[in-house]
Design a protein around this ligand. Structure first.
Ligand code: ATP
Length: 235
């Protein structure tokens, strides 16, 4: 039998107060793959990530991590089980240096030297800026730092929300090249993006979301033909 997906949502409904915004979402992240979740503003992409990462409980349906039902488990329990989220807006400590930010990733008994070796191996640009305060890094470098912090913990699955937000297209290309490398290291990735072009270049599977439902799932080339220019635009 094929192994279960690293992460799976089945029939997930979710609401803010009385307003339901996810109406039965089915989504699977196969082991070792990059899945792109695309859709317009307000489609429900971020809410889907919130349910997947345990930050929000579904009103119906279930979440499975490596075949184990984890519906309702806390975000910290899911994080210890290998699920790592990088939120929209990066989540670096702006007043700390690159090295101090990486030190925050050393909690599982991994020492700082090992963490720095891994991080600068993936992102050499960070190595050259190890003493620089994170708030003064460029947007792309901050995004590299948040990815590096996530990766040194060797997660099984990484959830990325709008990696491209506010970044120049060339930098976004570069970051997605790194996402491709991350996948080759055995990390499965679910990435949410509003604009599709770059992410479709590294994704194995793409899903389109509209009005709280997944409306199509397929290979990037299958999905590309369904996307309007508006989606393919900016990045
Ligand atoms: P975007 O690309 O603009 O970030 P999205 O696809 O990630 O959009 P969500 O952020 O999941 O969409 O929002 C889905 C729906 O839920 C939207 O109609 C939004 O207004 C609503 N919503 C999101 N967060 C809240 C909240 N905290 N309280 C009430 N409604 C919310």
């Amino acid at each position: 039998d094929a192994p279960p997906p690293v992460l799976e949502l089945r029939g997930v409904k979710a609401a803010y107060g009385k307003i339901e915004v996810l109406h039965g979402v089915d989504l699977a992240i196969p082991r070792g793959s990059v899945v792109a979740l695309l859709g317009a503003n307000g489609a429900g992409k971020t809410t889907t990530l919130s349910v997947a990462s345990g930050q929000m409980a579904p009103s119906e349906g279930d979440v499975y991590l490596a075949g184990r039902r984890v519906t309702g488990a806390s975000a910290s329990a899911l994080a210890s089980a290998g699920l790592c989220t990088i939120p929209e807006g990066r989540g670096v400590f702006r007043t700390l240096t690159v090295r101090e930010n990486l030190r925050m990733a050393t909690y599982r008994g991994i020492d700082l030297a090992t963490v720095e070796d891994r991080a600068y191996g993936i992102f050499p640009r960070l190595g050259a800026r190890r003493g620089q305060v994170a708030g003064t890094l460029s947007g792309g470098e901050q995004q590299m730092l948040s990815l590096a912090r996530a990766l040194v913990t060797e997660p099984a699955v990484l959830l990325l929300d709008e990696l491209s937000m506010g970044l120049a297209p060339m930098i976004v290309d570069d970051l997605y090249q790194q996402v491709g490398r991350i996948r080759r290291q055995g990390v499965s990735v679910l990435v949410v993006e509003q604009f599709a072009r770059t992410v479709l270049g590294v994704a194995d599977v793409a899903a389109i979301m509209a009005h709280g439902r997944i409306t199509s799932v397929g290979t990037p080339s299958e999905i590309e033909s369904e996307l309007s220019d508006a989606y393919l635009g900016a990045s």
